[in-house]
Design a protein around this ligand. Structure first.
Ligand code: MG
Length: 383
């Protein structure tokens, strides 16, 4: 137990802080199941704070800046990248976590980790790699994030990977096989659920913003969605005659604010009422963090709209086809000529087999590096 067996002044600084700030149902660092390779406690950083720092300093994290979220570099420089998406998720998730007295360090670690395994060119890249590796497990960005932090990031002399805490890894594992909540015997930690909710409400907001800014959708067309119609009405009431650009910004801000506020207002009283005495007790209950049913329905309507009007837009389908072609060609090129791979990727072949090693090598690339490799190794060899 956290406070009962230690007097407060003998607790490590992070544990004192957590004892003051976190609810009993939060995942306290003192109760972590620890790391696969045991390490001494840090003088002033808690275990999840260290995980957050390890992820932030990883090579994979830096490469997120060169990976697309929905729009590529060809679309200009206004829109989100995989890195800025990740930072927005972390920000929203920490806001929610703080309001619910959950562990913000764990939440931030999970948020920074959640998209680490994305290949170049977003879901087009992922689908292509999944097809290239069909028959041997396919490819999932959620699983690959685990491969990166458990095996491929080489930063410590004593172990491969980042040696993250069990709770951090379990949070990412949940993303891999999200069992339907009704069936799951054990819920993911509340911190994991907060990051899931934050991811979804973040991309709805920013994809809408990017799509309108880039002219894929006109702001008048957003009235198709009940939620956006209502938000626009509120904006007009508060600021008559606002121009389109400011309306778009107010709309996106309103969309995020409304969802975050509703989420907290809906969840907090229920969480207090249940009175869980530990994170483990909350996990073994049926309690789930989510939006109220009416807002969930409005959010689904918005997501169907985004799917139809943005994600399947001709501009993006073109990017998708181009990315698929490039990744397929690079995959077969590297497979036929492994001497083109760097020594680390060649060593990896002996561990996971040639196809998986080539897939991993491609998955780690940024969009631009993938384009450069294609121009250098495929386009040139054709001409
Ligand atoms: Mg995400």
């Amino acid at each position: 137990m956290l406070a009962s067996s230690h007097s407060a002044h003998r607790l490590p600084p992070f544990a004192q802080r957590e004892a003051m700030l976190l609810a009993p149902y939060a995942m306290h660092g003192m109760r972590s199941a620890g790391r696969r390779h045991p390490e001494p406690e840090h003088g002033y950083r808690g275990p999840f704070q260290r995980d957050r720092d390890r992820i932030l300093h990883s090579s994979a994290f830096r490469r997120l800046s060169g990976k697309m979220q929905v729009f590529t570099g060809d679309h200009g420089d206004y829109h989100r990248t995989r890195l800025t998406h990740t930072m927005e998720v972390a920000s929203v998730a920490r806001t929610v976590g703080r309001a619910l007295l959950l562990n913000e360090d764990l939440i931030e670690a999970l948020a920074l980790l959640h998209d680490l395994g994305h290949p170049p060119f977003g879901h087009a890249g992922e689908d292509t790699l999944a097809a290239c590796l069909a028959g041997e497990g396919g490819f999932s960005h959620n699983t690959f994030a685990l491969t990166l932090v458990e095996e491929l990031e080489l930063r410590y002399p004593d172990f491969p990977g980042l040696n993250l805490c069990e709770e951090t890894l379990a949070g990412q594992r949940f993303r891999v096989d999200k069992s339907p909540p009704q069936v799951a015997a054990e819920q993911p930690l509340l911190e994991v659920q907060v990051v899931e909710a934050a991811d979804s409400l973040t991309y709805d907001g920013h994809d809408l913003d990017d799509a309108v800014k880039l002219g894929l959708v006109h702001i008048a067309e957003l009235d198709e969605c009940e939620l956006l119609r209502e938000l626009k009405r509120r904006i007009r009431r508060a600021h008559a005659g606002l121009n389109e650009a400011m309306t778009r910004k107010a709309l996106v801000r309103g969309l995020i604010d409304l969802q975050v506020t509703e989420l907290i207002d809906f969840v907090r009283p229920r969480l207090v009422e249940r009175g869980f005495r530990s994170a483990s007790e909350a996990r073994h209950s049926d309690f789930q963090i989510g939006l109220p049913a009416d807002l969930r329905e409005q959010k689904s309507e918005l997501e169907r709209f985004l799917y139809r009007r943005v994600y399947r837009h001709d501009d993006l389908m073109h990017v998708r086809r181009q990315a698929q072609g490039r990744i397929e060609r690079l995959f077969s090129t590297f497979l036929a000529r492994p001497e083109l791979l760097d020594p680390l990727a060649r060593d990896r072949m002996a561990v996971v087999g040639p196809r998986r090693a080539v897939g991993e090598h491609l998955a780690m690339m940024t969009d631009r590096f993938c384009d450069q490799q294609y121009a250098l190794l495929v386009d040139r060899s054709r001409g």
